[in-house]
Ligand binder design. Structure first.
Ligand code: PMP
Length: 404
């Protein structure tokens, strides 16, 4: 375990362990705690709901909590953005959403093949693993992972190859051997794959390529959605409208399991009960999800502050990189990474930060990226404090290397 302590309580961006030590959180539940730990505006309605014996387990029953969530999601998220999606509750996890998206795309098109991207991460169930890049995770499947063809993600060749050269060629060439594809699945910023942001032009090019070739576009916004990069949906900056969108992690708002699969109305071709699951109706999560939308998404305050805070992190990372040729800053919004040319130094830096009371994780195929994902609600002072620890930790590790 990289954090060998027993945590007990948490408020906002601070956790406390059983010995009373305090830790600043630059991890935010791997993106499930975009509003921090136990946010008061969500805790109060949750406690009230439990106290009045509101339905907790609802399967796919109609409940008031579900109705309020769906109406609030329509009014505060979909309609203001001019988006028309039907909402499915596919099961409580991100992987559940990805599985439902893949199944639906295959059902709609009658095709089996899916196009995915290098360094993608979509979850640990077999379908989601089949479109995930990481070889260690894939090896865990224990069966062949089939029906997916990986293509180079944006910047895979460090900008030396024009966008979609390989994919376009395969799609055009009837001799290429590429099976007719149901869908492309993509993250706008690859979180687990190393905090790799796709450029806006690349995302637009991909949407256009899908349209021209009659392939559905699935955006997996499980980690980068719900404001992580600024806007509610991470694809908004590209002005694209995916056919299917996967959401989970912070949609419940309080760290309670919840996931959504959004689909264009004409694509809702599910039969009754065709994709079911016992924990699709986690009503306390609907209550906190509704409260979160009302608290944070009635205007663009959070979006603007996330972008501003992200720029502060970027500024510090750029400074650190300028002082050392072995570091590369990456990311968008408050999903930020610092890539180390010697991969093991990323984990060492996270360990040095932990000693100084800061929680951070690594990501990337070789765990070479130090990943900074604070709660979007982190205060400016907390962000400053954490960034100071990051600077100290990076310097301590780099000095250790030059002394060796
Ligand atoms: N998609 C993406 C982009 C993710 O980052 C993750 C989780 N890290 C998942 C899917 C899987 O979500 P879960 O762990 O809830 O199954």
């Amino acid at each position: 375990r990289s954090w060998p302590v027993v945590f007990d309580t948490a408020v906002g961006s601070r956790l406390t362990d059983v010995d009373g030590n305090s830790y600043l959180d630059f991890f935010a539940g791997a993106g499930a705690l975009n509003y921090g730990h136990n946010p008061p505006a969500l805790k109060k309605p949750l406690i009230e709901y439990l106290t009045r014996d509101g339905i907790t387990h609802g399967l796919d029953m109609h409940t008031r909590a579900k109705e309020e969530f769906l109406e609030t999601f329509r009014d505060l998220v979909l309609e203001p953005r001019g988006l028309d999606y039907k909402v499915q509750f596919p099961g409580p996890t991100g992987a559940n959403s990805v599985e439902s998206a893949l199944k639906l795309a295959r059902k709609i098109t009658g095709r089996e093949a899916i196009i995915n991207f290098t360094n993608a991460f979509h979850g640990m169930t077999l379908g989601a693993l089949s479109v995930t890049g990481n070889s260690m995770k894939r090896d865990g499947a224990g069966v062949p992972l089939v029906h997916a063809t990986p293509m180079p993600y944006d910047n895979y060749f460090d900008g030396t190859v024009s966008d979609f050269m390989w994919l376009e060629k395969l799609l055009q060439d009837s001799g290429s051997g590429l099976n007719a594809s149901a869908a492309v699945i993509v993250e706008t910023v690859q979180g687990e794959g190393g905090i790799n942001p796709a450029r806006v032009e690349w995302l637009q090019g991909l949407a256009e390529l899908c349209r021209r070739n009659d392939i559905l576009l699935i955006v997996d916004d499980v980690q980068m959605g719900v404001g992580r990069t600024g806007p509610f949906f991470s694809f908004e900056i590209a002005g694209i409208e995916p056919d299917i969108v996967c959401l989970s992690k912070s949609i419940g708002g309080y760290g309670l399991p919840m996931a959504l699969t959004l689909m264009k109305p004409e694509h809702d071709q599910w039969g009754p009960g065709e994709h079911n699951g016992t924990f699709r109706g986690n009503n306390p999560a609907f209550v906190t999800a509704t409260a979160a939308l009302r608290e944070f998404w009635s205007d663009d305050t959070l979006e603007r502050s996330t972008i501003a805070k992200g720029e502060r992190v970027e500024g510090v990372f750029t400074e650190l990189a300028a002082a050392s040729r072995v570091l590369t800053p990456k990311g968008r919004g408050l999903a930020r990474g610092l890539s180390f040319s010697q991969p093991e130094l990323a984990a060492k830096t996270c360990a040095a930060a932990f000693e100084r009371g800061l929680l951070m994780e690594t990501s990337g195929p070789s765990d070479e990226v130090m990943k900074v994902m604070p709660a979007l609600t982190i205060t400016d002072d907390e962000l400053t404090e954490g960034l100071e620890i990051v600077k100290e930790s990076v310097r301590a590790v780099m000095e250790g290397v030059s002394a060796e």
